[in-house]
Design a protein around this ligand. Structure first.
Ligand code: COA
Length: 309
């Protein structure tokens, strides 16, 4: 769905969207395609790339805020569809930070020897919870999925350090009012968008830049690695201006920052794994490189990880 398509449904312009967000188009899943459908495709490709047999996977973590059902977890649906019968599967609800949080959990399970091979997926069908009458949010979001397989390393590669934090006092900056137990759906109510994503974009913007910069500084400091040592910086793709402001604060030149927001918009938990996969397939990451991933989302919650590839 392009910016021009949005000009036909809300009072906006290609020029406004491009200059304020960096987004030119985003992918919208077909009505009959669910979050689990997208997740399964991404998971299959990750397992294929990792040359991994389904019997080997013993942990499945899915980061999403748009699961197929309230119960069970999306991870259990993925487990069933892929026949991952030796795994334990569960979801992580950490909005745009869901994938990184899943990666951090998987890393600690592997470090402690609890699990040996984990599949982590970030997936969202945000089009299902986007208010297409609200121009301040609808132009931002897209659908997508990304996945990785992780296992113990013997050569010092892997997750070197991580940092996660949230500030629950700010939960109403980005939320969906209706659909949970507090405000359940009823048949005789005009929701007027209250069952879709609400966001105070300007306030989220300010916290995002400050806290993501801090999270990256913490993971670098913990590992004793300088920002000049980062080969590739892979931030959550929410807004080009956020990415640029973040990179400037961290003194990371544009050549070392991965961006694909122009083509996908903000895909929440899927944004970092999609970006990581594209960077990897484009040959932008080599073995031994330091890669930093960082994300920020509704909660508010944010986190970063330093990975030696
Ligand atoms: N088209 C045209 N005009 C728009 C518009 C759109 N799609 N969306 C908002 N506007 C208007 C506003 O109504 C406002 O008009 P006004 O001055 O007459 O009131 C004006 O543009 C400026 O709005 P503002 O909200 O200050 O714009 P902004 O520069 O902060 O950009 C966001 C808005 C949403 C793009 C930006 O705040 C943002 O990206 N925030 C963070 C969002 C995010 O990353 N969220 C996810 C975290 S995971």
């Amino acid at each position: 769905m392009t910016n021009i398509d949005f000009e036909k449904i809300v009072d906006t312009s290609n020029e406004w969207i491009t200059s304020r967000t960096g987004i030119k188009e985003r992918h919208i899943a077909n009505a009959d395609m669910t979050t689990a459908d997208m997740a399964v495709q991404a998971a299959m490709r990750a397992m294929e790339m990792a040359r991994c047999e389904k019997e080997e996977i013993d942990l499945v973590i899915c980061g999403t805020v748009t699961p197929d059902y309230r119960l069970p977890s999306n991870a259990c649906l993925i487990q069933e569809r892929l026949g991952l019968t030796n795994a334990v599967a569960f979801d992580v609800v950490a909005a745009c930070t869901g994938f990184i949080k899943g990666l951090v959990i998987a890393n600690s399970h592997i470090e402690t020897g609890l699990h040996k091979k984990a599949l982590i997926i970030g997936v969202e069908k945000l089009s299902a919870v986007t208010n297409y009458k609200d121009r301040t949010t609808c132009v931002l979001f897209g659908d997508g999925a990304g996945a990785v397989v992780v296992e113990p390393s013997t050569n010092g590669c892997g997750m070197i350090s991580s940092f996660m934090k949230s500030d629950g006092r700010l939960w109403q900056l980005l939320w969906m009012k209706v659909g949970g137990v507090k405000n359940p759906y009823t048949t005789d109510f005009d929701y007027n968008g209250s069952d879709k994503i609400y966001m105070n974009g300007a306030d989220v913007f300010k916290v995002a830049v400050k806290e993501m910069a801090n999270a990256v500084e913490v993971v670098l400091e913990k590992a004793g690695v300088a920002s000049s040592d980062i080969a590739l910086f892979v931030p959550h793709q929410a807004n080009l201006r956020i990415i640029d402001a973040l990179a400037k604060r961290l003194k990371i030149e544009p050549e070392r920052v991965f961006k694909n927001i122009e083509r996908y918009g903000n895909t929440s938990a899927a944004s970092v794994p999609i970006a990581l996969d594209e960077a990897n397939r484009e040959g932008k990451i080599k073995p031994g490189d330091y890669v930093v991933v960082v994300a920020f989302g509704g909660g508010l919650i944010w986190g970063a990880a330093l990975i030696k590839w």
